[in-house]
Design a binder for this molecule. Structure first.
Ligand code: ZN
Length: 501
């Protein structure tokens, strides 16, 4: 990754997660379902865990060999499952019976974790947890975690149970079972969980550190993470110069060997090399572009040439890229791409193009019906609102219509070009529409006060916006004014806009 991209990323927050087994020899681990409303990986299966708190530092200092990640792992495991990896002076663990009321007090905020342990003379022992390795969230989200993964065995006399809240359920499952459900499309599983389950499939947790090592060694050299949000769909966030706050564009490798590569946006040579390294051993069928913006097409030409495959895009995208990138195959609304055999071996597997203009004239979204995935390109961003330029480049009315078209698909996962995929596609699309409606109402209200220029309106409606973003805000205002003008709701005279009476 280039130094520019690193500078724009905030450092990851320390976190911890636990793979808990009922016995050393058991192949089952305790997996939890995250509530759909959670900001990060809501709706996905994961392992218990969470962020390190400042109080974890304090507790870590009390015992040699104990780190703050150890403490966070024990505390989060207790909060989320009721299992407490702490012992009394004789080395005995508290029993399930004792723990219910302690957990209730902790969850109600009546006592801190530190005080709870002190009061009951319980101590954490580093040897109750085994470090398996650490993973840093790849840079597709601004809030990232440096998560230490531990393995542990359920203490005798204790039970693991999820109390509904941030988590909706918990169960003992083998890696084989969870991955089979994931493959069948019955479950969403968080990418690091998929990675860890693949590492221990058919094994016990004791083997995790060793099984994980080759991957961690590779990541330590700067390799891209294998991020699986859905079977047969690999997400590849690549550093690409887009509009702030975006630092990366998510490329997606979709389909069975050979696969289609959607939106390889990196123009940086080192970042392109990381992509080639990730693609080593894979065969490509084509490079697909959602639209012509530079942060989506940066590596399109070099990938097409390197792998000897065509570039596919909407005819209007081909026109916009004329002279820069040669689009050999047109994709129009309704066109289907064959993805090969579905990962579960059942039925046809396809990707259908949906023409969704508004952000760009030739913008395409894609619908994958097998796992109900909606690839939305720049129709929505999970980082900020999307820039809709005024005509002829963009069109706000068309954009809203395109968003409404996407609402008709019964999607289970929305995969954007910027930010994290969401397990609440309907909610995300609804929010995007509501945001535009609110902006329009603000604009109408501002016009009520009398004739105003675009810069005047921008200053009023985007108060406090950093100056370097003002010209983009002006474009948004212009797009809104053009929509209102076409609807007969605004008029312009000598660059001053007003509401039609
Ligand atoms: Zn764009």
């Amino acid at each position: 990754m280039s130094t520019v991209s690193l500078r724009r990323l905030t450092p990851p927050a320390p976190a911890a997660s636990v793979l808990l087994a009922r016995a050393c020899a058991s192949q089952e681990v305790f997996v939890v379902a995250r509530a759909p409303t959670l900001r990060f990986l809501g709706g996905f299966l994961a392992f218990p865990g969470g962020k390190v708190h400042s109080s974890d530092d304090e507790l870590a200092c009390t015992t040699p060999g104990l780190t703050r990640q150890h403490v966070a792992a024990v505390r989060e495991l207790f909060e989320e499952t009721g299992v407490l990896l702490a012992r009394d002076a004789r080395g005995a663990y508290p029993t399930a019976e004792d723990l219910v009321s302690l957990r209730r007090q902790l969850m109600a905020g009546q006592v801190t974790f530190h005080d709870l342990l002190r009061k009951h003379q319980l101590h954490l022992r580093p040897e109750d947890l085994t470090v398996a390795g650490s993973l840093v969230t790849p840079p597709f989200v601004p809030f990232r975690f440096d998560t230490a993964f531990f393995t542990a065995v359920l203490p005798p006399g204790q039970t693991a149970e999820v109390w509904p809240g941030e988590l909706t359920e918990g169960s003992w499952r083998s890696a084989e079972q969870v991955l089979a459900e994931w493959n069948a499309g019955d479950r969403l599983v968080s990418p690091p969980t998929v990675m860890l389950l693949q590492a221990i499939r058919g094994r016990t947790i004791e083997e995790l550190p060793e099984r994980l090592r080759p991957l961690l060694d590779k990541l330590a050299t700067g390799a891209l993470h294998p991020i699986w949000f859905s079977p047969g769909v690999q997400m590849i966030p690549l550093f690409a110069e887009g509009l702030p706050p975006s630092t990366h564009t998510n490329a997606y490798l979709v389909g069975n060997d050979p696969a289609y590569l959607i939106d390889p946006g990196a123009s940086d040579a080192a970042e392109q090399q990381r992509l080639f390294d990730l693609l080593a051993g894979r065969r490509l069928r084509g490079v697909v572009l959602t639209h012509h913006h530079s942060d989506h097409v940066g590596a399109a030409k070099v990938c097409a040439e390197r792998y000897g495959v065509p570039v596919l895009a909407h005819p209007l995208t081909a026109q916009a890229l004329h002279g820069r990138i040669d689009v050999q195959q047109f994709l129009n609304d309704g066109d289907c791409l064959d993805l090969g055999t579905a990962p579960d071996g059942k039925g046809a597997w396809t990707l259908q193009a949906i023409h969704t203009p508004g952000h760009a004239p030739g913008h395409l979204s894609f619908w994958e019906p097998r796992y109900r995935l909606l690839f939305v390109g720049d129709m929505v961003s999970m980082l900020s609102s999307v820039l809709i330029p005024p005509p002829p480049e963009g069109d706000l009315a068309e954009y809203l219509h395109s968003l409404q078209r996407l609402q008709a698909y019964p999607a289970r996962l929305l995969l954007p070009a910027h930010g994290s995929p969401s397990a609440r596609p309907a909610h995300v699309l609804e929010q995007a529409l509501a945001h535009r409606k609110e902006r329009e109402e603000q604009l109408l209200q501002a016009l009520q006060a009398g004739p105003r220029t675009v810069p005047e309106l921008t200053l009023e409606l985007y108060r406090g916006l950093p100056p370097e973003l003002m010209r983009f805000a002006e474009m948004q205002i212009q797009a809104g004014l053009h929509k209102l003008q076409r609807e007969g709701r605004s008029t312009v005279n000598a660059e001053r806009w007003q509401r039609s009476s």
